[in-house]
Design a binder for this molecule. Structure first.
Ligand SMILES: C[S@@+](CC[C@H](N)C(=O)[O-])C[C@H]1O[C@@H](n2cnc3c(N)ncnc32)[C@H](O)[C@@H]1O
Length: 238
């Protein structure tokens, strides 16, 4: 990682004008994408692992990249069970030493993994979205988590949800979407990492002198946020 990471460049100067409409759409139109078999298998593996953690509170590290944050969270919170999820086999395969016993890295698509987790009744105590891909092009709002049809599922899981980004607008948009969808007040706040950064992206942005932003919000577990059947495809054996 170099200390010359570029700041986000976007034509957007404020929250996307379509954000509110996208959130309404996510809250009213069921997400019909079929769940991939490999994520179903990965989830079953994670569920079995979690079932053997004696009811330890769950921390989800969504989009964990190489899994450093998963390791660090597990070390910081030894009485919890920390599951890091990423779709990149390449990132997950990088060797960062032995995983703590209370940590698990899973290769899966979050869009499916989150839905399976909600259907299974998971209630993460904490849920991290650390430096998600920003998709700064205006046309890519629907790929940001706040503009994505899976947003209600992320929120419905509940717990202490923490988003971090080097793009202030991403966090501001996410805050607007959280409040619109749940009625819970949320705001972006500047953030300075302590001595040890939690993730490689945090490290490189911080070392480049970029401002970092975060949102922390406590949400109720509320599967009713998800439109239609909150368990698409579950039990169909596909
Ligand atoms: C910008 S990187 C940040 C990684 C890590 N959190 C960090 O801060 O170093 C975003 C990560 O999200 C993962 N990701 C993006 N969309 C995903 C999805 N639908 N399912 C699983 N992982 C996803 C990418 O593979 C990538 O590792």
């Amino acid at each position: 990682m170099t200390a010359r990471s570029r700041s986000i460049v976007s034509r957007q100067t404020g929250p996307h004008e379509d954000l509110s409409r996208r959130v309404v759409r996510a809250l009213t139109n069921p997400l019909r994408k079929p769940i991939a078999e490999h994520t179903r298998e990965a989830f079953a593996w994670a569920r079995d692992w979690l079932d053997n953690r004696d009811g330890a509170p769950l921390i989800l590290d969504a989009g964990c990249g190489v899994g450093l944050s998963t390791r660090r969270l597990a070390e910081q919170h030894p009485a919890t069970a920390v599951i890091g999820v990423d779709r990149s086999a390449d990132r997950l395969a990088r060797d960062h030493g032995r995983l703590p016993d209370n940590a698990l890295l899973v290769r899966a698509d979050l869009i499916d993994f989150w839905r399976l987790a909600l259907a299974e009744g998971w209630r993460p105590a904490r849920h991290f979205l650390l430096y998600p891909n920003p998709y700064p092009k205006t046309a890519h709002l629907k790929m940001r988590w706040q503009g994505h049809p899976v947003l209600p599922v992320i929120l419905a899981l509940g717990g202490r949800l923490e988003l971090r980004s080097n793009w202030r607008l991403y966090v501001e948009e996410f805050a607007l979407a959280v409040t619109q969808a749940t009625g819970v007040a949320a705001a972006a706040a500047p953030f300075t990492p302590g001595e040890a950064c939690l993730t490689p992206f945090e490290q490189k942005y911080h070392a480049s002198g970029q401002a970092l932003w975060r949102l922390v919000v406590e949400l109720p577990h509320d599967p009713g946020l998800v439109p239609g059947d909150p368990q698409p495809g579950v039990g169909e054996g596909k």
